[in-house]
Design a protein around this ligand. Structure first.
Ligand SMILES: *[C@@H]1O[C@H](CO)[C@@H](O)[C@H](O)[C@H]1NC(C)=O
Ligand SMILES: *[C@@H]1O[C@H](CO)[C@@H](O)[C@H](O)[C@H]1NC(C)=O
Length: 600
């Protein structure tokens, strides 16, 4: 029996009609006000969000968010996730090297440095807790290191340290600036001379009246240092405020500049490079300027772009009109590359970010755009981003605030485009990576491989191990417990980050898994594993355990919702039935109601 029987409906409609007779004007006014309020709320809150969506013709289901805004895959033997990537165009011949990135954002559960293979499969990741940026491979004293910045971020800059891990993923060096400074997240560049270029955001007091700020105003000065990594000696230090003033900035001061912790970030250095002539190349995002700094005197040799631009533009403005840029690098004595963000807010949906290669003619003081690299979907990245020149001649662009990286031919044709988030929602920055790189890498973790058992199979992975070709199953021979001996009973090729190995009947109780190099060598072995009894079916698989718990919660919650609605409506109607009184148009029988009422 259900409550919405005919007499209930009759009473409902009669109540509505009765009320309408009396309260018609108030009702309409209330409705109008509510509609108007709703429209205003929609316009203020929903419209700007909708305008940020970048729906385009031909977006894949992945890019439309069908798998989530930042889709990830889980593992059975490993408790972190990795992005599910989408690679285009079909059959793309991506550079076979590993990809180095540091995904973070609201859709990233365990942000940290991450290595993916060229197909987007996880190779290594580490959950660092705080923010990790600028993860890459750098050579120091002839040895390859994984380097990254880690620390706390505060609006646009960071307070942290730089870390150097060796090929076993153990931390070998931690680097901090010289002096009482925090290390900023934007740059840690080891030069060919084993020195490091690193960056500081230093709050200092300046007169900000020229830009509408206080006389005793605060800025975050852009400072970079060159430090001898071996001795910790400070070799060079440069301050933006010695050469560029707040009035050179394009960044509106807003309500910043009033205190030490709310400095006006007028300059925003975000990359430093050095060439073998000893010249520094500095990108100052909020000045729209790339500057060449004399390595001895610190004087500005020239400025490209921005209010102090020294160059005429041989490309009709296209070589010098970059804005909010990142990652300026020397690519030759008179050639440089950069990532032109073109925008720093979502206010201008027509802005398009690009990678750029620029040639400078120092005699004619002229800049020429040699090549630009545009995303096939006209990407806009309001922050972050980088450009790496691969030794194949191809160019890798990391789209920073947009979860994508694209490999181009030297002529700007898209060779391989990888998304690690849904592109229709890129402007929301649910998944971002400050920079993205490709490198060769060989990792030999000192941890043991991770294995998780089900009754019929074992899932095995080894975070960071790059050379595992196969997993060998070694079963205990059952002779001695004090001196266990094992024999190989099976061997399964590694498949991606995690390999599921069905257990052969020879595995009766104890066994272990040995990681095998392509040349047959042993790379490592799991701890002792014990085959689960068949009765443990269902309880051991973590993922199915999750889904059962989830489904139970969903069903209970849905049940509660149905009950809640049911009782609310029931009580409401009972309340109505009592108050019908004078507005009753249809005969109402108390006993009929009694019969139809469900016990509470
Ligand atoms: C390395 O040191 C040499 C010799 O001092 C110098 O000429 C060169 O400019 C330095 N290179 C870099 C990148 O610092
Ligand atoms: C353990 O067994 C192996 C092979 O059966 C044998 O060579 C070795 O001496 C034994 N070790 C001990 C400590 O008994």
């Amino acid at each position: 029996m259900f409550l919405w029987n005919s007499s209930g409906l009759r009473r409902m409609s009669s109540w509505l009609r009765g009320n309408r007779l009396n309260y018609l004007p108030i009702r309409w006014i209330a409705l109008l006000v509510a509609a108007l309020g709703g429209a205003i709320v929609f316009y203020i809150f929903a419209v700007p969000q909708l305008l940020r969506l970048r729906f385009r013709a031909g977006l894949s289901w992945y890019d439309l968010g069908a798998q989530g805004l930042g889709p990830t895959k889980d593992y059975v033997s490993f408790d972190q996730e990795s992005p599910i990537v989408e690679i285009s165009p079909p059959g793309a011949q991506c550079d076979p090297r590993y990809t180095f990135l540091a995904p973070r954002g609201d859709s990233v559960a365990h942000p940290g440095p991450m290595i993916l293979d060229s197909a987007g499969e996880l190779v290594w990741t580490k959950w660092n807790g705080g923010t990790t940026q600028d993860f890459k491979v750098q050579r120091y004293k002839g040895e390859d290191f994984l380097t990254y910045w880690q620390g706390d971020t505060d609006d646009n800059y960071g307070r942290g340290l730089w870390y150097m891990l060796d090929s076993t993923y153990n931390q070998r060096h931690v680097v901090s600036p010289v002096g009482m400074y925090d290390g900023d997240l934007h740059e840690f560049h080891i030069t060919a001379n084993d020195t490091a270029l690193l960056m500081i955001y230093d709050p200092i007091v300046v007169d900000l009246r020229s830009v509408g700020g206080p006389e005793l105003g605060w800025i975050y000065d852009g400072v970079f240092q060159e430090v001898d990594l071996e001795t910790g000696e400070l070799l060079f230090q440069w301050r933006a405020s010695d050469y560029y003033s707040p009035s050179d900035s394009y960044d509106p001061i807003g309500d910043t500049g009033t205190g030490r912790t709310s400095g006006y970030d007028y300059c925003h250095i975000n990359s430093v490079d050095k060439d073998d002539q000893g010249r520094y190349l500095v990108s100052m995002r909020h000045l729209h300027t790339i500057a060449c700094i004399d390595g001895t005197t610190g004087e500005v040799s020239w400025s490209l772009g921005g209010k102090k631009n020294d160059f005429t533009d041989a490309s009709d403005g296209a070589a010098t009109d970059f804005a909010w840029q990142h990652d300026a690098r020397w690519r030759g004595p008179n050639r440089l590359s950069l990532f032109d963000n073109a925008a720093y807010t979502n206010d201008d949906p027509s802005a398009v970010s690009r990678g750029m290669i620029i040639d400078l003619d120092m005699n004619a003081q002229q800049a020429t755009l040699v090549q630009s690299y545009d995303h096939p979907q006209d990407m806009m990245a309001v922050s972050q981003g980088n450009l790496q020149l691969l030794d194949t001649g191809n160019v890798l662009v990391g789209w920073g605030h947009s979860a994508a990286y694209t490999e181009f031919s030297p002529e700007g044709e898209v060779v391989c485009n990888v998304h690690f988030g849904a592109s229709a929602f890129f402007t929301f920055g649910r998944v971002v990576s400050y920079r993205v790189f490709k490198f060769d890498w060989i990792g030999h973790p000192t941890s043991t491989p991770d294995a998780t058992l089900t009754p019929d199979s074992v899932f095995v992975s080894w975070n960071g191990a790059t050379e595992v070709a196969a997993w060998r199953v070694e079963a205990w021979d059952g002779v001695s417990l004090s001196n266990m001996t094992f024999s190989a009973v099976d061997e399964v090729s590694r498949s991606g980050f995690e390999t599921e190995i069905p257990l052969v009947p020879e595995v009766v109780s104890f066994f272990r898994l040995r990681a095998i190099h392509a040349n047959g060598d042993s790379l490592g072995v799991t701890g002792l594993l014990q085959r689960l009894p068949a009765s443990a079916a269902g309880s051991s698989s973590r993922s199915s355990g999750y889904s059962w718990a989830t489904w139970t919660i969903v069903i209970v919650a849905f049940g509660c919702l149905v009950c809640g609605v049911y009782f609310a409506v029931h009580r409401r109607l009972r309340g109505i039935s009592r108050s019908i009184g004078p507005y009753q148009l249809v005969a109402y029988k108390e006993d009929e109601d009694e019969h139809n009422r469900l016990p509470l």
